[in-house]
Write a protein that binds this ligand. Structure first.
Ligand code: AGP
Length: 608
Protein backbone atom coordinates (compact mmCIF):
# COMPACT_ATOMS: atom_id res chain seq x y z
CA UNK A 1 0.00 0.00 0.00
CA UNK A 2 1.43 3.43 -0.91
CA UNK A 3 0.24 7.01 -0.76
CA UNK A 4 -0.39 9.12 -3.87
CA UNK A 5 -1.18 12.82 -4.15
CA UNK A 6 -1.56 15.12 -7.15
CA UNK A 7 -2.30 18.84 -7.52
CA UNK A 8 -3.04 21.45 -10.11
CA UNK A 9 -3.71 25.08 -9.14
CA UNK A 10 -2.08 28.30 -8.02
CA UNK A 11 -0.72 27.22 -4.65
CA UNK A 12 2.87 26.20 -4.07
CA UNK A 13 2.74 22.70 -5.51
CA UNK A 14 5.61 21.34 -3.43
CA UNK A 15 4.02 22.29 -0.12
CA UNK A 16 0.60 20.95 -1.16
CA UNK A 17 2.19 17.64 -2.17
CA UNK A 18 4.27 17.36 1.00
CA UNK A 19 1.30 18.21 3.23
CA UNK A 20 -0.72 15.56 1.48
CA UNK A 21 1.99 12.92 1.72
CA UNK A 22 2.39 13.56 5.45
CA UNK A 23 -1.25 12.61 5.93
CA UNK A 24 -0.64 9.39 3.96
CA UNK A 25 2.55 8.21 5.67
CA UNK A 26 0.50 5.53 7.47
CA UNK A 27 0.11 3.96 4.02
CA UNK A 28 3.82 3.54 3.50
CA UNK A 29 6.98 5.29 4.47
CA UNK A 30 10.14 3.60 3.21
CA UNK A 31 10.75 6.19 0.47
CA UNK A 32 9.06 9.22 -1.07
CA UNK A 33 9.23 11.57 -4.02
CA UNK A 34 7.52 14.27 -6.08
CA UNK A 35 7.46 15.34 -9.72
CA UNK A 36 6.73 18.97 -10.61
CA UNK A 37 5.77 20.02 -14.13
CA UNK A 38 7.33 23.42 -14.83
CA UNK A 39 6.61 24.66 -18.33
CA UNK A 40 7.99 21.87 -20.55
CA UNK A 41 10.24 20.29 -17.92
CA UNK A 42 9.61 17.68 -15.23
CA UNK A 43 11.64 17.96 -12.02
CA UNK A 44 11.73 14.74 -10.00
CA UNK A 45 13.03 14.72 -6.44
CA UNK A 46 12.86 11.38 -4.66
CA UNK A 47 14.73 9.55 -1.95
CA UNK A 48 14.84 6.52 0.31
CA UNK A 49 13.71 7.14 3.87
CA UNK A 50 10.85 8.83 5.67
CA UNK A 51 9.14 11.91 4.32
CA UNK A 52 11.31 14.28 6.35
CA UNK A 53 14.33 13.09 4.34
CA UNK A 54 12.57 14.22 1.16
CA UNK A 55 11.57 17.47 2.85
CA UNK A 56 15.21 18.20 3.71
CA UNK A 57 16.26 17.41 0.15
CA UNK A 58 13.62 19.77 -1.26
CA UNK A 59 14.96 22.68 0.81
CA UNK A 60 17.89 22.82 -1.61
CA UNK A 61 15.60 22.91 -4.65
CA UNK A 62 13.87 25.88 -6.24
CA UNK A 63 10.91 24.19 -7.88
CA UNK A 64 8.27 26.21 -9.74
CA UNK A 65 5.19 24.94 -11.49
CA UNK A 66 1.44 24.49 -11.09
CA UNK A 67 1.12 20.74 -11.60
CA UNK A 68 2.66 17.97 -9.55
CA UNK A 69 2.34 14.40 -8.27
CA UNK A 70 3.79 12.85 -5.14
CA UNK A 71 4.23 9.41 -3.61
CA UNK A 72 5.13 7.79 -0.29
CA UNK A 73 6.11 4.17 -0.80
CA UNK A 74 5.44 0.80 0.84
CA UNK A 75 7.82 -1.36 -1.18
CA UNK A 76 6.50 -4.51 -2.81
CA UNK A 77 8.79 -5.01 -5.83
CA UNK A 78 12.30 -3.69 -5.37
CA UNK A 79 13.78 -2.84 -2.01
CA UNK A 80 13.51 0.69 -0.60
CA UNK A 81 16.20 2.86 -2.22
CA UNK A 82 16.43 6.09 -4.24
CA UNK A 83 16.15 4.42 -7.65
CA UNK A 84 13.12 2.31 -6.74
CA UNK A 85 11.25 5.22 -5.16
CA UNK A 86 8.51 6.98 -7.11
CA UNK A 87 7.86 8.95 -9.34
CA UNK A 88 9.24 6.94 -12.25
CA UNK A 89 10.17 8.62 -15.52
CA UNK A 90 9.72 7.42 -19.11
CA UNK A 91 12.83 6.98 -21.21
CA UNK A 92 12.15 10.19 -23.16
CA UNK A 93 11.85 12.14 -19.87
CA UNK A 94 8.46 13.54 -20.86
CA UNK A 95 6.23 11.41 -18.57
CA UNK A 96 6.34 10.85 -14.80
CA UNK A 97 4.20 8.30 -12.95
CA UNK A 98 3.30 7.49 -9.35
CA UNK A 99 1.57 4.18 -8.61
CA UNK A 100 -0.07 2.32 -5.76
CA UNK A 101 -0.76 -1.37 -6.31
CA UNK A 102 0.87 -4.40 -7.94
CA UNK A 103 1.21 -4.93 -11.70
CA UNK A 104 0.90 -8.70 -12.00
CA UNK A 105 2.13 -8.97 -15.61
CA UNK A 106 5.00 -6.52 -15.23
CA UNK A 107 7.70 -9.05 -16.11
CA UNK A 108 6.08 -9.84 -19.47
CA UNK A 109 5.62 -6.12 -20.18
CA UNK A 110 9.19 -5.42 -19.11
CA UNK A 111 10.50 -8.03 -21.54
CA UNK A 112 8.37 -6.56 -24.32
CA UNK A 113 9.52 -2.98 -23.66
CA UNK A 114 13.15 -4.00 -23.27
CA UNK A 115 12.83 -5.65 -26.64
CA UNK A 116 11.62 -2.32 -28.00
CA UNK A 117 14.75 -0.64 -26.66
CA UNK A 118 13.44 0.80 -23.43
CA UNK A 119 16.02 1.00 -20.67
CA UNK A 120 14.95 0.19 -17.10
CA UNK A 121 16.68 1.76 -14.14
CA UNK A 122 14.70 0.31 -11.22
CA UNK A 123 13.51 -3.13 -10.00
CA UNK A 124 9.94 -1.90 -9.64
CA UNK A 125 6.79 -3.00 -11.44
CA UNK A 126 5.77 0.70 -11.63
CA UNK A 127 8.53 1.72 -14.04
CA UNK A 128 6.86 -0.49 -16.65
CA UNK A 129 3.88 1.86 -16.59
CA UNK A 130 6.00 4.96 -17.29
CA UNK A 131 7.61 3.37 -20.37
CA UNK A 132 4.37 1.78 -21.55
CA UNK A 133 2.59 5.14 -21.52
CA UNK A 134 5.44 6.54 -23.60
CA UNK A 135 5.13 3.57 -25.95
CA UNK A 136 1.35 4.12 -26.25
CA UNK A 137 1.61 7.89 -26.53
CA UNK A 138 0.74 9.26 -29.96
CA UNK A 139 -0.02 12.84 -28.87
CA UNK A 140 -3.14 12.11 -26.76
CA UNK A 141 -2.08 11.56 -23.13
CA UNK A 142 -5.52 10.45 -21.93
CA UNK A 143 -5.71 7.83 -24.68
CA UNK A 144 -2.14 6.66 -23.98
CA UNK A 145 -2.97 6.10 -20.30
CA UNK A 146 -6.25 4.42 -21.26
CA UNK A 147 -4.45 2.00 -23.57
CA UNK A 148 -1.87 1.34 -20.89
CA UNK A 149 -4.63 0.48 -18.41
CA UNK A 150 -5.87 -2.06 -20.95
CA UNK A 151 -2.37 -3.57 -21.26
CA UNK A 152 -1.64 -4.04 -17.56
CA UNK A 153 -3.09 -6.68 -15.22
CA UNK A 154 -3.27 -6.15 -11.48
CA UNK A 155 -4.08 -3.34 -9.10
CA UNK A 156 -3.22 0.31 -9.63
CA UNK A 157 -3.95 3.86 -8.65
CA UNK A 158 -2.00 6.14 -10.97
CA UNK A 159 -0.97 9.79 -11.23
CA UNK A 160 0.59 10.83 -14.55
CA UNK A 161 2.13 14.14 -15.70
CA UNK A 162 3.50 14.89 -19.19
CA UNK A 163 5.55 17.84 -20.43
CA UNK A 164 3.28 18.16 -23.49
CA UNK A 165 0.33 18.97 -21.18
CA UNK A 166 1.36 21.65 -18.65
CA UNK A 167 -2.31 22.45 -17.96
CA UNK A 168 -3.45 19.04 -16.71
CA UNK A 169 -2.58 15.66 -15.30
CA UNK A 170 -4.16 12.22 -15.59
CA UNK A 171 -5.21 9.76 -12.89
CA UNK A 172 -6.68 6.27 -13.01
CA UNK A 173 -7.64 3.44 -10.69
CA UNK A 174 -8.29 -0.28 -10.57
CA UNK A 175 -8.45 -2.12 -7.20
CA UNK A 176 -6.40 0.58 -5.41
CA UNK A 177 -8.31 3.54 -3.93
CA UNK A 178 -8.12 6.98 -5.50
CA UNK A 179 -10.19 10.12 -5.02
CA UNK A 180 -10.38 13.42 -6.91
CA UNK A 181 -10.58 16.53 -4.72
CA UNK A 182 -12.55 19.43 -6.20
CA UNK A 183 -11.48 22.93 -5.08
CA UNK A 184 -11.84 26.53 -6.26
CA UNK A 185 -9.67 26.78 -9.42
CA UNK A 186 -7.59 23.93 -8.07
CA UNK A 187 -8.01 20.18 -8.04
CA UNK A 188 -6.36 17.22 -6.40
CA UNK A 189 -5.98 13.46 -6.41
CA UNK A 190 -5.14 11.34 -3.37
CA UNK A 191 -5.09 7.73 -2.24
CA UNK A 192 -7.12 8.69 0.76
CA UNK A 193 -9.22 11.60 1.96
CA UNK A 194 -6.94 12.88 4.78
CA UNK A 195 -4.40 14.10 2.21
CA UNK A 196 -6.66 16.85 0.89
CA UNK A 197 -9.05 17.62 3.76
CA UNK A 198 -7.34 20.92 4.59
CA UNK A 199 -8.06 22.14 1.04
CA UNK A 200 -11.44 20.68 0.15
CA UNK A 201 -14.14 18.37 1.47
CA UNK A 202 -15.72 17.80 -1.94
CA UNK A 203 -14.46 14.69 -3.70
CA UNK A 204 -15.23 12.27 -6.51
CA UNK A 205 -14.56 8.68 -5.48
CA UNK A 206 -13.17 6.91 -8.54
CA UNK A 207 -14.47 3.43 -9.31
CA UNK A 208 -12.43 0.63 -10.85
CA UNK A 209 -11.30 1.19 -14.45
CA UNK A 210 -12.07 4.89 -14.40
CA UNK A 211 -9.64 7.48 -15.70
CA UNK A 212 -9.75 11.22 -15.11
CA UNK A 213 -8.23 14.23 -16.84
CA UNK A 214 -7.74 17.01 -14.30
CA UNK A 215 -7.22 20.71 -14.96
CA UNK A 216 -7.41 23.65 -12.54
CA UNK A 217 -10.95 24.25 -13.79
CA UNK A 218 -12.32 20.75 -13.34
CA UNK A 219 -12.12 16.98 -13.75
CA UNK A 220 -13.42 14.88 -16.64
CA UNK A 221 -13.97 11.22 -15.77
CA UNK A 222 -14.10 8.47 -18.40
CA UNK A 223 -14.47 4.72 -18.50
CA UNK A 224 -12.05 2.57 -20.47
CA UNK A 225 -14.27 2.84 -23.54
CA UNK A 226 -13.61 6.55 -23.57
CA UNK A 227 -17.20 7.40 -22.51
CA UNK A 228 -17.71 10.28 -20.09
CA UNK A 229 -18.83 9.21 -16.59
CA UNK A 230 -21.02 11.55 -14.57
CA UNK A 231 -20.47 11.40 -10.79
CA UNK A 232 -22.03 12.90 -7.71
CA UNK A 233 -19.75 14.92 -5.45
CA UNK A 234 -19.22 13.21 -2.08
CA UNK A 235 -18.98 15.78 0.70
CA UNK A 236 -16.65 14.58 3.49
CA UNK A 237 -17.81 15.45 6.99
CA UNK A 238 -15.19 13.39 8.87
CA UNK A 239 -12.65 15.10 11.11
CA UNK A 240 -8.98 14.62 10.20
CA UNK A 241 -8.30 11.95 12.86
CA UNK A 242 -11.13 9.64 11.79
CA UNK A 243 -10.25 10.31 8.13
CA UNK A 244 -6.76 8.86 8.70
CA UNK A 245 -8.54 5.68 9.82
CA UNK A 246 -10.69 5.74 6.71
CA UNK A 247 -13.69 6.67 8.81
CA UNK A 248 -13.15 3.72 11.18
CA UNK A 249 -12.85 4.40 14.92
CA UNK A 250 -9.56 2.47 15.18
CA UNK A 251 -6.80 1.34 12.87
CA UNK A 252 -7.43 -2.23 14.09
CA UNK A 253 -10.96 -2.30 12.67
CA UNK A 254 -9.78 -0.61 9.48
CA UNK A 255 -7.09 -3.29 9.11
CA UNK A 256 -9.51 -6.14 9.81
CA UNK A 257 -11.78 -4.75 7.10
CA UNK A 258 -8.81 -4.62 4.70
CA UNK A 259 -8.35 -8.39 5.01
CA UNK A 260 -10.24 -9.36 1.83
CA UNK A 261 -8.20 -6.97 -0.32
CA UNK A 262 -4.80 -7.79 1.20
CA UNK A 263 -5.42 -11.56 1.08
CA UNK A 264 -6.17 -11.09 -2.62
CA UNK A 265 -3.07 -8.89 -3.04
CA UNK A 266 -0.93 -11.63 -1.46
CA UNK A 267 -2.38 -14.55 -3.41
CA UNK A 268 -3.41 -13.44 -6.90
CA UNK A 269 -0.04 -12.11 -8.23
CA UNK A 270 1.47 -15.48 -7.37
CA UNK A 271 -0.94 -17.60 -9.37
CA UNK A 272 0.12 -17.30 -12.98
CA UNK A 273 -1.00 -19.69 -15.75
CA UNK A 274 -2.53 -22.00 -13.09
CA UNK A 275 0.64 -22.46 -11.14
CA UNK A 276 2.25 -20.82 -8.11
CA UNK A 277 5.10 -18.45 -8.90
CA UNK A 278 7.23 -16.79 -6.25
CA UNK A 279 9.27 -13.82 -7.42
CA UNK A 280 13.06 -14.05 -7.12
CA UNK A 281 12.89 -17.55 -5.57
CA UNK A 282 16.09 -19.62 -5.69
CA UNK A 283 15.12 -22.93 -4.14
CA UNK A 284 15.54 -25.82 -6.55
CA UNK A 285 12.94 -28.56 -6.90
CA UNK A 286 15.80 -30.95 -6.28
CA UNK A 287 16.48 -29.40 -2.87
CA UNK A 288 12.74 -29.53 -2.07
CA UNK A 289 12.53 -33.19 -3.02
CA UNK A 290 15.50 -34.04 -0.79
CA UNK A 291 14.59 -31.71 2.05
CA UNK A 292 14.29 -33.73 5.25
CA UNK A 293 12.51 -31.25 7.50
CA UNK A 294 11.00 -27.81 7.67
CA UNK A 295 11.47 -25.54 10.69
CA UNK A 296 9.07 -22.68 11.23
CA UNK A 297 10.29 -20.05 13.67
CA UNK A 298 8.46 -16.89 14.77
CA UNK A 299 6.99 -14.99 17.71
CA UNK A 300 3.48 -14.18 18.89
CA UNK A 301 0.87 -14.01 16.20
CA UNK A 302 3.42 -14.93 13.54
CA UNK A 303 4.21 -18.08 15.54
CA UNK A 304 0.52 -18.97 15.54
CA UNK A 305 0.51 -18.62 11.76
CA UNK A 306 3.46 -21.00 11.76
CA UNK A 307 1.52 -23.62 13.70
CA UNK A 308 -1.19 -23.52 11.04
CA UNK A 309 1.62 -23.81 8.50
CA UNK A 310 2.80 -27.03 10.15
CA UNK A 311 -0.57 -28.70 9.63
CA UNK A 312 -0.83 -27.47 6.05
CA UNK A 313 2.70 -28.40 4.96
CA UNK A 314 2.64 -31.83 6.61
CA UNK A 315 -0.79 -32.58 5.15
CA UNK A 316 0.02 -31.45 1.61
CA UNK A 317 3.78 -31.91 1.17
CA UNK A 318 4.22 -34.87 3.56
CA UNK A 319 7.39 -33.45 5.08
CA UNK A 320 7.98 -33.17 8.86
CA UNK A 321 7.58 -29.66 10.25
CA UNK A 322 8.75 -28.38 13.61
CA UNK A 323 7.36 -25.05 14.80
CA UNK A 324 8.94 -23.14 17.65
CA UNK A 325 8.98 -19.68 19.18
CA UNK A 326 12.16 -17.92 18.17
CA UNK A 327 13.24 -17.09 21.72
CA UNK A 328 13.37 -20.82 22.55
CA UNK A 329 14.84 -22.02 19.26
CA UNK A 330 17.80 -19.69 19.29
CA UNK A 331 19.12 -20.82 22.69
CA UNK A 332 18.84 -24.59 22.50
CA UNK A 333 21.68 -25.29 20.06
CA UNK A 334 19.08 -26.60 17.57
CA UNK A 335 19.84 -29.65 15.45
CA UNK A 336 19.60 -27.97 12.07
CA UNK A 337 21.54 -28.84 8.89
CA UNK A 338 21.74 -28.14 5.18
CA UNK A 339 19.03 -30.67 4.39
CA UNK A 340 16.48 -28.58 6.24
CA UNK A 341 14.47 -25.54 5.25
CA UNK A 342 13.83 -22.86 7.88
CA UNK A 343 10.90 -20.51 7.45
CA UNK A 344 10.80 -17.41 9.63
CA UNK A 345 7.57 -15.46 9.79
CA UNK A 346 7.51 -11.81 10.81
CA UNK A 347 5.18 -8.89 10.04
CA UNK A 348 7.80 -6.26 10.87
CA UNK A 349 10.81 -8.22 9.69
CA UNK A 350 12.66 -6.70 12.65
CA UNK A 351 11.71 -8.90 15.64
CA UNK A 352 15.08 -9.51 17.24
CA UNK A 353 14.33 -13.01 18.52
CA UNK A 354 13.17 -14.08 15.08
CA UNK A 355 16.10 -12.44 13.30
CA UNK A 356 18.62 -14.06 15.65
CA UNK A 357 16.89 -17.43 15.35
CA UNK A 358 17.15 -17.20 11.57
CA UNK A 359 20.87 -16.46 11.90
CA UNK A 360 21.28 -19.55 14.11
CA UNK A 361 19.58 -21.67 11.47
CA UNK A 362 21.71 -20.19 8.68
CA UNK A 363 24.87 -20.75 10.73
CA UNK A 364 23.99 -24.44 10.82
CA UNK A 365 23.56 -24.62 7.07
CA UNK A 366 19.80 -24.35 6.71
CA UNK A 367 18.30 -22.63 3.67
CA UNK A 368 15.97 -19.86 4.90
CA UNK A 369 12.75 -18.23 3.74
CA UNK A 370 11.35 -15.09 5.29
CA UNK A 371 7.58 -14.56 5.21
CA UNK A 372 7.66 -10.82 5.83
CA UNK A 373 5.41 -7.79 5.46
CA UNK A 374 8.02 -5.04 5.38
CA UNK A 375 10.22 -4.84 2.29
CA UNK A 376 13.83 -4.06 3.03
CA UNK A 377 13.52 -5.12 6.68
CA UNK A 378 16.40 -6.97 8.35
CA UNK A 379 14.82 -10.41 7.97
CA UNK A 380 13.84 -9.66 4.35
CA UNK A 381 17.43 -8.66 3.60
CA UNK A 382 19.12 -11.60 5.34
CA UNK A 383 16.80 -14.48 4.40
CA UNK A 384 17.88 -16.55 1.40
CA UNK A 385 14.39 -16.14 -0.06
CA UNK A 386 11.45 -13.88 0.78
CA UNK A 387 7.71 -14.35 0.36
CA UNK A 388 6.14 -10.97 1.02
CA UNK A 389 2.73 -10.67 2.63
CA UNK A 390 1.39 -7.68 0.75
CA UNK A 391 -0.78 -6.54 3.66
CA UNK A 392 0.38 -2.94 3.58
CA UNK A 393 1.41 -1.12 6.76
CA UNK A 394 -0.17 -2.56 9.88
CA UNK A 395 -0.51 0.27 12.39
CA UNK A 396 -2.48 -1.35 15.22
CA UNK A 397 -0.21 -3.19 17.66
CA UNK A 398 -2.51 -6.21 17.56
CA UNK A 399 -1.74 -7.97 14.31
CA UNK A 400 -4.79 -8.92 12.23
CA UNK A 401 -4.56 -8.54 8.44
CA UNK A 402 -0.88 -9.48 8.58
CA UNK A 403 -1.81 -12.81 10.21
CA UNK A 404 -4.40 -13.57 7.52
CA UNK A 405 -1.85 -12.84 4.79
CA UNK A 406 0.81 -14.89 6.63
CA UNK A 407 -1.58 -17.82 6.43
CA UNK A 408 -2.20 -17.12 2.75
CA UNK A 409 1.56 -17.11 2.12
CA UNK A 410 2.03 -20.31 4.11
CA UNK A 411 -0.71 -22.08 2.19
CA UNK A 412 0.77 -20.97 -1.12
CA UNK A 413 4.14 -22.33 -0.06
CA UNK A 414 2.67 -25.58 1.25
CA UNK A 415 1.05 -26.13 -2.16
CA UNK A 416 4.27 -25.15 -3.92
CA UNK A 417 6.20 -27.74 -1.86
CA UNK A 418 3.55 -30.42 -2.40
CA UNK A 419 3.66 -29.89 -6.16
CA UNK A 420 7.45 -29.91 -6.31
CA UNK A 421 7.55 -33.12 -4.24
CA UNK A 422 4.92 -34.74 -6.43
CA UNK A 423 2.62 -35.32 -3.47
CA UNK A 424 -0.54 -33.98 -5.13
CA UNK A 425 -1.82 -34.49 -8.66
CA UNK A 426 -2.65 -31.64 -10.98
CA UNK A 427 -6.39 -31.91 -10.40
CA UNK A 428 -5.99 -31.58 -6.64
CA UNK A 429 -3.51 -28.73 -7.13
CA UNK A 430 -5.86 -26.78 -9.38
CA UNK A 431 -8.79 -27.42 -7.07
CA UNK A 432 -6.90 -26.11 -4.07
CA UNK A 433 -5.70 -23.06 -6.03
CA UNK A 434 -9.32 -22.26 -6.81
CA UNK A 435 -10.23 -22.63 -3.14
CA UNK A 436 -7.39 -20.27 -2.17
CA UNK A 437 -8.69 -17.61 -4.53
CA UNK A 438 -12.11 -17.72 -2.89
CA UNK A 439 -10.74 -16.65 0.49
CA UNK A 440 -11.16 -12.85 0.04
CA UNK A 441 -14.90 -13.14 -0.65
CA UNK A 442 -15.31 -15.63 2.21
CA UNK A 443 -13.69 -13.23 4.67
CA UNK A 444 -15.87 -10.46 3.21
CA UNK A 445 -18.99 -12.47 4.06
CA UNK A 446 -17.84 -12.90 7.67
CA UNK A 447 -17.21 -9.17 7.98
CA UNK A 448 -20.81 -8.50 6.95
CA UNK A 449 -21.99 -10.38 10.09
CA UNK A 450 -19.83 -8.44 12.54
CA UNK A 451 -22.82 -7.00 14.43
CA UNK A 452 -23.59 -10.51 15.79
CA UNK A 453 -20.07 -10.68 17.18
CA UNK A 454 -20.39 -7.20 18.65
CA UNK A 455 -23.62 -8.27 20.37
CA UNK A 456 -21.98 -11.38 21.86
CA UNK A 457 -19.00 -9.31 23.00
CA UNK A 458 -21.36 -6.91 24.76
CA UNK A 459 -22.61 -9.84 26.86
CA UNK A 460 -19.12 -11.01 27.86
CA UNK A 461 -16.75 -8.06 28.00
CA UNK A 462 -16.57 -8.37 31.79
CA UNK A 463 -15.47 -11.99 31.71
CA UNK A 464 -12.69 -12.78 34.20
CA UNK A 465 -11.17 -15.56 32.16
CA UNK A 466 -11.86 -16.95 28.71
CA UNK A 467 -10.97 -20.37 27.31
CA UNK A 468 -10.37 -21.12 23.66
CA UNK A 469 -10.49 -24.81 22.74
CA UNK A 470 -9.94 -26.51 19.43
CA UNK A 471 -8.32 -29.48 17.77
CA UNK A 472 -5.60 -29.53 15.13
CA UNK A 473 -5.81 -26.34 13.09
CA UNK A 474 -8.60 -25.13 15.36
CA UNK A 475 -6.20 -25.47 18.29
CA UNK A 476 -3.69 -23.28 16.46
CA UNK A 477 -6.51 -20.87 15.71
CA UNK A 478 -7.47 -20.86 19.40
CA UNK A 479 -3.95 -19.77 20.27
CA UNK A 480 -4.33 -16.70 18.05
CA UNK A 481 -7.84 -15.93 19.30
CA UNK A 482 -6.61 -16.09 22.87
CA UNK A 483 -3.61 -13.83 22.22
CA UNK A 484 -5.75 -11.23 20.43
CA UNK A 485 -8.15 -11.13 23.38
CA UNK A 486 -5.39 -10.95 25.99
CA UNK A 487 -3.33 -8.24 24.37
CA UNK A 488 -6.09 -5.70 23.80
CA UNK A 489 -8.77 -6.51 26.43
CA UNK A 490 -6.34 -7.47 29.24
CA UNK A 491 -8.65 -10.39 30.13
CA UNK A 492 -6.84 -13.58 31.08
CA UNK A 493 -7.35 -16.26 28.47
CA UNK A 494 -5.84 -19.58 27.48
CA UNK A 495 -5.97 -21.82 24.43
CA UNK A 496 -6.26 -25.55 24.98
CA UNK A 497 -6.22 -28.56 22.71
CA UNK A 498 -9.78 -29.89 22.99
CA UNK A 499 -8.58 -33.34 23.85
CA UNK A 500 -6.38 -31.99 26.63
CA UNK A 501 -9.14 -30.55 28.85
CA UNK A 502 -9.86 -33.85 30.61
CA UNK A 503 -6.20 -34.04 31.64
CA UNK A 504 -6.56 -31.23 34.15
CA UNK A 505 -7.73 -27.90 32.86
CA UNK A 506 -11.41 -28.82 32.86
CA UNK A 507 -11.14 -28.32 36.62
CA UNK A 508 -11.09 -24.60 35.85
CA UNK A 509 -14.46 -24.60 34.12
CA UNK A 510 -17.23 -23.34 36.35
CA UNK A 511 -20.65 -21.79 36.05
CA UNK A 512 -20.56 -18.98 33.46
CA UNK A 513 -17.01 -19.59 32.21
CA UNK A 514 -16.80 -18.39 28.62
CA UNK A 515 -15.42 -21.01 26.23
CA UNK A 516 -14.83 -20.13 22.54
CA UNK A 517 -14.58 -23.04 20.12
CA UNK A 518 -13.44 -22.79 16.52
CA UNK A 519 -14.97 -25.90 14.95
CA UNK A 520 -13.88 -25.94 11.31
CA UNK A 521 -12.16 -29.32 10.96
CA UNK A 522 -14.87 -31.71 9.75
CA UNK A 523 -13.00 -34.88 10.61
CA UNK A 524 -12.82 -33.81 14.26
CA UNK A 525 -16.35 -32.43 14.41
CA UNK A 526 -17.82 -35.11 16.68
CA UNK A 527 -14.83 -34.94 19.03
CA UNK A 528 -15.29 -31.21 19.40
CA UNK A 529 -19.04 -31.59 19.94
CA UNK A 530 -18.12 -33.91 22.83
CA UNK A 531 -15.72 -31.31 24.20
CA UNK A 532 -18.46 -28.67 24.04
CA UNK A 533 -20.80 -31.01 25.92
CA UNK A 534 -18.06 -31.61 28.53
CA UNK A 535 -17.67 -27.91 29.31
CA UNK A 536 -21.38 -27.18 29.05
CA UNK A 537 -22.00 -29.87 31.66
CA UNK A 538 -19.82 -27.83 34.04
CA UNK A 539 -21.64 -24.57 33.40
CA UNK A 540 -19.65 -23.04 30.58
CA UNK A 541 -21.10 -20.54 28.09
CA UNK A 542 -19.96 -21.63 24.63
CA UNK A 543 -19.43 -19.56 21.47
CA UNK A 544 -18.75 -21.83 18.48
CA UNK A 545 -17.37 -20.75 15.11
CA UNK A 546 -18.24 -23.23 12.40
CA UNK A 547 -19.24 -23.67 8.76
CA UNK A 548 -22.79 -22.82 7.71
CA UNK A 549 -23.55 -26.49 7.00
CA UNK A 550 -22.93 -27.33 10.69
CA UNK A 551 -24.96 -24.50 12.15
CA UNK A 552 -28.11 -26.45 13.02
CA UNK A 553 -26.13 -29.29 14.64
CA UNK A 554 -23.88 -26.98 16.64
CA UNK A 555 -26.76 -24.81 17.83
CA UNK A 556 -28.03 -27.88 19.69
CA UNK A 557 -24.99 -27.73 22.02
CA UNK A 558 -23.49 -24.21 21.88
CA UNK A 559 -25.01 -21.02 23.29
CA UNK A 560 -24.00 -18.88 20.31
CA UNK A 561 -22.81 -19.83 16.82
CA UNK A 562 -20.91 -17.64 14.37
CA UNK A 563 -20.82 -19.19 10.91
CA UNK A 564 -18.28 -19.01 8.14
CA UNK A 565 -19.02 -20.05 4.55
CA UNK A 566 -18.86 -23.77 3.73
CA UNK A 567 -15.31 -24.30 2.49
CA UNK A 568 -12.34 -26.65 2.46
CA UNK A 569 -11.38 -27.06 6.16
CA UNK A 570 -7.72 -26.80 5.16
CA UNK A 571 -8.09 -23.06 4.47
CA UNK A 572 -10.78 -22.33 7.07
CA UNK A 573 -8.39 -20.66 9.56
CA UNK A 574 -7.93 -17.72 7.18
CA UNK A 575 -11.66 -17.03 7.49
CA UNK A 576 -12.43 -18.30 11.00
CA UNK A 577 -9.80 -16.07 12.61
CA UNK A 578 -11.68 -12.91 11.62
CA UNK A 579 -14.56 -13.47 14.10
CA UNK A 580 -11.94 -14.04 16.82
CA UNK A 581 -10.20 -10.78 15.93
CA UNK A 582 -13.53 -8.95 15.90
CA UNK A 583 -14.54 -10.44 19.26
CA UNK A 584 -11.29 -9.23 20.85
CA UNK A 585 -11.72 -5.82 19.22
CA UNK A 586 -15.28 -5.27 20.47
CA UNK A 587 -14.45 -6.47 23.99
CA UNK A 588 -11.51 -4.06 24.12
CA UNK A 589 -13.63 -1.16 22.89
CA UNK A 590 -16.33 -1.95 25.45
CA UNK A 591 -13.73 -2.00 28.21
CA UNK A 592 -12.57 1.44 27.12
CA UNK A 593 -9.04 0.29 26.32
CA UNK A 594 -6.63 1.90 23.88
CA UNK A 595 -7.34 -0.64 21.16
CA UNK A 596 -4.60 0.41 18.73
CA UNK A 597 -1.94 0.95 21.36
CA UNK A 598 -2.57 -1.54 24.22
CA UNK A 599 -0.57 -1.13 27.43
CA UNK A 600 2.95 -2.58 27.77
CA UNK A 601 3.14 -3.56 24.07
CA UNK A 602 5.09 -2.32 21.03
CA UNK A 603 4.33 -2.98 17.39
CA UNK A 604 7.76 -4.38 16.72
CA UNK A 605 9.83 -6.02 19.48
CA UNK A 606 13.39 -5.23 18.45
CA UNK A 607 14.83 -6.08 21.89
CA UNK A 608 15.47 -9.37 23.74
C1 AGP B 1 0.55 -9.69 17.62
O1 AGP B 1 -0.77 -9.19 17.80
C2 AGP B 1 1.51 -9.10 18.63
N1 AGP B 1 1.54 -7.71 18.50
C3 AGP B 1 2.87 -9.78 18.63
O2 AGP B 1 2.66 -11.07 19.15
C4 AGP B 1 3.59 -9.95 17.26
O3 AGP B 1 2.89 -10.89 16.49
C5 AGP B 1 5.00 -10.50 17.55
O4 AGP B 1 5.70 -9.55 18.31
C6 AGP B 1 5.78 -10.81 16.27
O5 AGP B 1 5.96 -9.63 15.54
P1 AGP B 1 6.48 -9.74 14.02
O6 AGP B 1 5.42 -10.50 13.28
O7 AGP B 1 6.64 -8.33 13.57
O8 AGP B 1 7.77 -10.51 14.04
Amino acid sequence: MCGIVGYIGNKNVTSVLLNGLKKLEYRGYDSAGIAILDENRISVIKTKGRLYVLEEKLKNENLNGFVGIGHTRWATHGEPNDVNSHPHISNNGKIAVVHNGIIENYLKLKDFLTGKGYVFRSETDTEVIAHLIEYNYKGDLLKAVMNTMNDVEGAYALGVVCTDFPDRFIAARKDSPLIVGIGENENFIASDIPAILEYTRDVYILEDKEIVSITAEGAEIYNLLGERVQKEIFHVDWDVSSAEKGGYEHFMMKEICEEPSVIKATISPRIQDDRIVFEKFNISDDFIRNCEKVNIIACGTAYHAGVIGKYAIEKLARIPVEVEVASEFRYRDPMVNDKQLTIVISQSGETLDTLMAMREAKKRGSLTIGIVNVAGSSIAREADNVIYTWAGPEIAVASTKAYNTQLAAVYLFALYLARARGKIDDGTYQGLLQQLQMLPQQVESVLKERENIQKFASQHFNARSVFFIGRNMDYALSMEGSLKLKEISYIHSEAYAGGELKHGTIALIEDGTLVICPLTQDYLFEKMISNIREVKARGAVVLAITAKKNEEEVRKVADEVITIPDMDPLFAPVVAVTPLQLFAYYVSVMKGNDVDKPRNLAKSVTVE
